[in-house]
Design a protein around this ligand. Structure first.
Ligand SMILES: Nc1ncnc2c1ncn2[C@@H]1O[C@H](COP(=O)(O)OP(=O)(O)OP(=O)(O)O)[C@@H](O)[C@H]1O
Ligand SMILES: [Mg+2]
Length: 381
């Protein structure tokens, strides 16, 4: 329903514990260009709203059990229902305390009983129009950002290539150390900028539900080795020991190797960033014949785990670790600045493989990131 319903009748979910009120309204609306869904309690409202995504919810405040305010609060807390416009229905005319409370909880409008069906229709249409305009604005903003970032990519690429050429040039040896240092810093900054642009472009592409996977049978050990290979120098510079435990005879998996490397690269990169000098990073990979995920998915899975002996993440911050542009308090402990996009991108890549990514951590002890990839039909012996 919702936005796709442009030319159809809007759907309104009416929530009232009194069946007579629902019958009466259904009768009054029977010839109107509107489809009515019924819910007899706040709980029913939450279920139906999630399943049917109505255009508007008309919510009675006074209900036994869960009242209208609590129902509204829960609707707003749930990602799936947070944006559905809600009209609160009050028995008393102009009850300022209820109006204030409802608006604070995110109600869009108030109507008083008895309901004037014409007014209800006009208000419903108005709310739908506002919701569409808001969605359109968000889309325009996202498109504009994507275009802007995309157009920045080429000039940065050119700057970076010129700086690389300059630094490789024979005549470079005649320049002073200061000038070499300046050119080197400019090259580092242009690389950082290019990585950031690529991350933003990946994220906006992946978030639009488009993670183009080029799946091929792969040995997980090769993916792990490729990633670790690229980290060797940085690990050596920081005196970090890398330990690798890859189970023998792992089956091949059908995955997008490049994307999986991108995900793993960020995870190992994080471990490296957030582990002080002299620490250890352990990367392990194993096969589980019948692993079970929390959402009930079960079957053979490959698990890749990256553990570090680093600073750890405070428990209360863990739920935000996959939020985009979110850097936790641990980011303040290190000098190397990131953007907070890495784990958001990892999650989208793992989700596209129908896998799971989980983090456990303890402050002062370290962090473990686990990737689980269900094999299902993707298993090749
Ligand atoms: N192994 C880890 N140890 C401690 N904190 C971590 C670890 N991995 C992630 N974090 C925390 O989670 C935040 C989000 O990680 P994420 O990879 O998304 O961002 P980032 O590494 O800061 O930036 P980017 O990956 O975009 O360069 C980090 O800023 C950091 O606070
Ligand atoms: Mg990162």
């Amino acid at each position: 329903m919702g936005e796709e319903n442009e030319n159809l009748n809007p759907t309104i979910l009416v929530v009232d514990d009194t069946q007579d009120n629902l019958d009466l309204l259904e009768f009054a609306l029977r010839r109107k260009p509107i489809r009515m869904l019924r819910a007899a309690s706040g709980f029913e409202c939450l279920d139906i709203a999630r399943e049917q995504n109505p255009d508007v919810i008309l919510l009675d405040i006074q209900m036994p059990g869960m009242d209208g305010f609590e129902t509204l609060k829960r609707l707003r807390e749930d990602e799936l229902t947070a944006k559905i416009p809600v009209i609160l229905l009050t028995a008393q005319k102009k009850d300022p305390v209820s109006i204030e409370k409802g608006l604070q909880l995110g109600a869009d409008l108030y109507l008083t009983k008895p309901i004037d069906t014409e007014e209800l229709l006009v208000r419903t249409r108005m709310l739908i129009r506002i919701r569409r305009a808001e969605a359109e604005l968000v889309r325009i903003k996202a498109d504009f950002m994507a275009m802007l970032v995309h157009d920045m990519r080429n000039p940065i690429l050119i700057i970076k290539s010129f700086l690389e050429l300059l630094l490789e040039d024979e005549n470079m040896k005649f320049l002073s150390d200061d000038l070499k240092m300046i050119a080197g810093s400019a090259l580092n900054s242009s690389s950082t900028m290019l990585n950031l642009i690529n991350d933003i472009l990946d994220l906006s592409k992946y978030e639009s539900g488009n993670v183009p996977l080029q799946k091929l049978p792969q040995q997980i050990v090769n993916v792990v080795n490729d990633v670790l290979q690229q980290m060797v120098i940085q690990c050596r510079q920081k005196n970090i020991t890398i330990k690798k435990h890859i189970a023998q005879n792992l089956p091949q998996v059908i995955i997008d190797g490049a994307k999986m490397e991108q995900a793993l690269m960020n995870i190992v990169g994080n471990a490296l960033k957030f582990t002080p000098e002299g620490g250890t990073i352990t990367v392990s990979a194993g096969f589980s014949e019948d692993a079970v995920l929390e959402d009930g998915a079960a079957g053979p899975m490959i698990q890749i785990a990256v553990s570090d002996s680093g600073v750890g993440i405070p428990k209360e911050e863990l739920p935000h670790v996959f939020d985009r542009y979110k850097q936790l308090s641990t980011a303040g402990l290190i000098r190397q600045k990131g953007t907070g996009l890495g784990l958001a991108i990892c999650k989208l890549i793992i989700d596209a493989h129908e896998g799971k990514i989980k983090i456990t951590s303890e402050v002062g002890k370290g962090t473990t990131v686990r990737i689980l990839i269900p094999l299902g039909k993707a298993l090749v012996h």
